[in-house]
Structure formats: structure tokens, C-alpha cells
Write a protein that binds this ligand. Structure first.
Ligand code: AOF
Ligand code: ZN
Length: 338
């Protein structure tokens, strides 16, 4: 197995931890034997529990590790935190080399993990290949939090082909199919909280919980409601029946950046914004969005509510550029005539 294959596998491992590691990063690890053969894999499963390297090491003997190559998506930690230092643990083993995907920006680590390894006579190298962008994405919320001490904001939009999220009368249920609805539940689990505007609650009366077999997780919901309407009709709203009171945060603050600061202080490090149109538009026009999860159904809704309706750009030069790191497909579609 070559380095890129091993790193890709380590990234895949890292993602398995997605619902449970926050505010820690998703980290995956692959160990190759002295002949390049795959010995083991591991990932950080849950906040406060063993790190990826320790998971990958636990099935291996000292002898198997002679001349081994450890490939890990993030620099092994230098510090003793909730768990012992991975760099120190690796330094005691007869491994030859560690390749790590990214330097850990955590000031307790930041290059010191690599130093510990080198001091023990182990080669420690930062990966410089084609998977660098993918590696950043693997733990993008963590990197954002560490670099800026800010909440990572992702938008989840389910739209029609013509960019609508609802009809003019507000009707919107089931724009997308079964598969994308399932994906939405996985996404919800990946973020610390879901954020919606009060109109979404009043019109759709959603539960906004995680209904995905295999993911047992109580999520948090942040509702933006300047008027205080929501709390007056609490008894009629599913959201208050499905979630524990402490997991539903209703904010009447009109300023999004202030809301984000407040929830950061409550320990929320990432959010998935789920609507509606006004909220999406505000987050985007204020430049507060780091990732867009866009689900497009092969339907045309015509007049209705778009998710960008409230964005008002004075000139084409003010257009909002979006980077597609995944492949984005455009093409021709056959439209059934009835
Ligand atoms: C690694 N491997 O799998 C993870 C790392 O409190 P602790 O002990 O869990 O440490 C958390 C910090 O360790 C976290 O902020 C990040 O810098 C690093 N996470 N490091 O070598 C892992 N999850
Ligand atoms: Zn560690």
C-alpha cells in the first residue's frame, strides 16, 4: 500500500468518528509494516476516549512494529490531555516513520508532536501530496475553531432545480428523496447543533432530531426568534416535545455574529443551518458560511421561495464565489412531457 492509499484510508477511518468526537478533531490512523503491508487501522471514536493512533496500535505487538510506518491524518498530540500523549506513546516503539496529514494547530501540539518523535529517532514528516485539501476537510470544524475561535457554520439546503426551497404558500415538505433525507440525519449528527429561524418552526413544525439507526445522539437546536412568538406556543410545537429543555436554545438577538459568539460560549463549536430562506440569505450575505451542503431534487417549483431571495447584490462584481472541492455536475436533463 502506498502513502496516498494509506492516507486515503486513514481519512475514511477518521470520518467514522464524525458524530461523537466534537470538539475534538476527526482523526484516523493506518499502520503499515516494514514491507508496506497493511497492519492495522484506527480512529478517534469519542470525545474523551482513545486517540486514533492508540486505537490503531492496540492490536499490534512490539515486534510487528519494527520498521513500521504510521500514517495519521493529524500530527500526533504532544500533550497529556484527557488521554496520554500519542507522540510520547509512539516514541517508545520501534517504528521507523510517522507521516501526518496536517500540523495540529492546537497550541499544546503545533509541531511539538513531531519534535518528540524526531528526538526519539523516528522520522516525522508532514504529508505534502494531493490529499491535502481532503485532509483539511476531514477536520475542518476543528481547524476553524482553533484558528479563529469561532463557530463553524454549514448550510444544509434542499432545493428544486430552479433553486426554490418552498412554494409561495410555504409548502415545502419532501422536496428531496429518501436518500438525501437519510444523509441529512448523518449531517445533523456531525454538527454540534442545528440552527433555524422561527418561520421554519411555525410553518413546518419540525422535530429536528437525529433519526438514523446506529447514531444514538441527542442534538441541540438553536432557534432565532426576535419576536418571542415561539415560546408562547411551546405546547403546540414538536421541537419542545422531542428535545430536552436544555437542548433547545431560543435566541432573540437580531445580530447573527452576536448569536454565534453566544453559542460558542455555550460550547457549541459547529452548526448546521437548516432554514428558512431569510436565515440562509442572512448568513450568506454576511459572509458567515464555511460549508454548503446542497441537495437538489429533479423538480421545478416555479414561483416560490428561494434560499437566496433576500441576498441583494449591487453589482455583478459583488457575486459570491463558492469553491467546489467535490465534483459539481452540470448537464442536460430529460424533462418528461405529459
Ligand atoms: C491525536 N489523535 O485522535 C486526536 C487528537 O483531551 P484529549 O487528550 O482527547 O486531547 C484533545 C486534543 O488532542 C485535541 O484538541 C487535538 O489537539 C488532539 N486530537 N490528536 O493525536 C487523535 N483526536
Ligand atoms: Zn493523541
Amino acid at each position: 500500500m502506498n502513502l496516498d492509499q494509506a492516507m486515503r484510508l486513514a481519512m475514511k477511518e477518521a470520518l467514522k468518528g464524525a458524530p461523537f468526537v466534537s470538539p475534538n478533531p476527526r482523526v484516523g490512523c493506518v499502520i503499515l509494516g516494514s514491507k508496506g503491508e497493511l497492519l492495522s487501522t484506527g480512529y478517534h471514536k469519542k470525545f474523551g476516549e482513545a486517540h486514533a493512533e492508540v486505537e490503531a496500535l492496540k492490536s499490534l505487538t512490539f515486534d510487528q512494529l519494527k520498521g513500521a510506518h504510521v500514517i495519521v491524518t493529524l500530527e500526533p498530540c504532544a500533550h497529556e490531555g484527557k488521554t496520554p500523549s500519542c507522540a510520547q506513546a509512539l516514541a517508545r516503539l520501534p517504528i521507523k516513520k510517522v507521516t501526518f496529514g496536517l500540523v495540529d494547530p492546537n497550541p499544546l501540539v503545533a509541531g511539538q508532536g513531531a519534535q518528540i518523535l524526531r528526538a526519539a529517532g523516528i522520522e516525522a514528516e508532514e504529508y505534502q501530496g494531493d490529499l491535502k485539501v481532503g485532509l483539511e476537510e476531514t477536520c475542518e470544524e476543528f481547524l476553524w475553531n482553533q484558528r479563529y475561535q469561532k463557530v463553524f457554520v454549514a448550510l444544509k439546503v434542499a432545493q428544486s432545480l430552479d433553486g426554490k426551497i418552498a412554494l409561495a404558500n410555504g409548502e415545502s415538505k419532501w422536496i428531496t428523496g429518501h436518500e438525501s433525507r437519510q444523509k441529512v440525519h448523518e449531517l445533523r449528527a456531525q454538527y454540534d447543533a442545528i440552527l433555524v429561524g422561527k418561520n421554519t418552526i411555525l410553518i413546518d413544525n419540525p422535530s429536528l432530531n437525529i433519526r438514523q439507526p446506529g447514531i444514538q445522539k441527542e442534538n441541540k437546536v438553536v432557534i432565532l426568534d426576535r419576536s418571542g412568538e415561539i415560546l408562547k406556543i411551546k405546547d403546540q410545537l414538536k421541537i419542545f416535545q422531542v428535545h430536552k429543555p436544555e437542548n433547545v436554545i431560543v435566541s432573540s438577538c437580531p445580530d447573527l455574529e452576536t448569536v454565534l459568539k453566544e453559542i460558542y460560549h455555550l460550547g457549541i463549536r459547529s452548526i448546521l443551518v437548516e432554514g428558512g430562506g431569510q436565515i440562509y440569505s442572512s448568513f450568506i450575505s454576511q459572509g458567515l458560511v464555511q460549508r454548503l451542503h446542497l441537495f437538489t431534487a429533479p423538480i421545478i417549483l416555479g414561483q416560490g421561495i428561494g434560499w437566496t431571495d433576500k441576498i441583494n447584490l449591487p453589482h455583478i462584481k459583488n457575486k459570491i464565489q463558492v469553491d467546489f472541492t467535490d465534483s459539481y455536475v452540470t448537464g442536460t436533463l430529460s424533462v418528461t412531457k405529459r
